[in-house]
Design a protein around this ligand. Structure first.
Ligand SMILES: Cc1ncc(COP(=O)(O)O)c(C=O)c1O
Length: 218
């Protein structure tokens, strides 16, 4: 069975299949910075399977199916009403916000092509991403990030430490070199600013900053 992690993909499509609709179940995060974000923590599981829906409804409330009847252990994972109100108000804006992210990504793709050693995020044919992040690769992302910061431009690293090298998973015994692709991406990634409402001027400033960094022979 296919279970989708659609946490960064609200509204994304691949070959006409919308993220969250292609598998047995899918998870969406509504963490505040996500394409559809609440004002705190929130999320949703979608499924076409009545059994999974029933089990998950119970799990979010300590395994309770009927009042005081707890069949299994669960969590406190209810979506609170305030977050639901925020999400209902923002949902009609999601498509437009995704378009604004797509516009920024298309601008970066055009204006940053061939700049320095940058590797821009590829878009597979038939794919329509929603650009939760715009992650470029470069040999020295920290230098570029610091240069941009001096220009007043924020950037991020998603993520500088691959999961298998975090202390949390040390006990699994994976060492540097086990997952070379993940490790290379972690070393080289830098996320450029992308958000709904980003202006042409802001996009141009990011492009100018990135070009400026490479122009000084970095
Ligand atoms: C791809 C992906 N999966 C899962 C999660 C977890 O979502 P949450 O932080 O709402 O638990 C996130 C967000 O942090 C994510 O980006």
């Amino acid at each position: 069975a296919l279970v989708e992690d659609a946490c960064q993909a609200h509204g994304a499509e691949r070959d006409g299949i919308v993220a969250g609709s292609g598998g047995l179940a899918a998870a969406f995060s509504f963490y505040a910075s996500k394409n559809l974000g609440a004002m705190g923590d929130a999320g949703a599981l979608v499924t076409s399977d009545a059994g999974i829906a029933d089990a998950v409804r119970a799990l979010r409330e300590h395994g309770q199916r009927r009042k005081y009847e707890h069949d299994v252990e669960g969590w406190t994972a209810r979506l609170d009403t305030i977050q639901a109100i925020v999400l209902r108000l923002k949902l009609p804006l999601l498509a437009e916000w995704n378009e604004q992210r797509r516009h920024a990504a298309a601008s970066y793709a055009e204006m940053l092509a061939g700049v320095g050693d940058l590797e821009l995020p590829p878009v597979p044919r038939g794919s329509s991403p929603v650009w939760h992040l715009y992650v470029v690769r470069t040999a020295a992302p920290q230098g570029l990030g610091e240069f941009l910061a001096d220009e007043g431009i924020a950037s991020g690293r998603h993520y500088p430490i691959p999961v298998h090298l975090t202390r949390a998973y040390e006990h699994l015994g994976y060492r540097e070199g086990t997952f070379p692709v993940a490790e290379a991406v972690a070393r080289e990634c830098l996320s450029l600013p992308i958000f709904p409402g980003i202006t042409e001027g802001q996009i141009a400033a990011v492009v100018e900053g990135v070009r400026g960094y490479f122009a000084r022979g970095a």
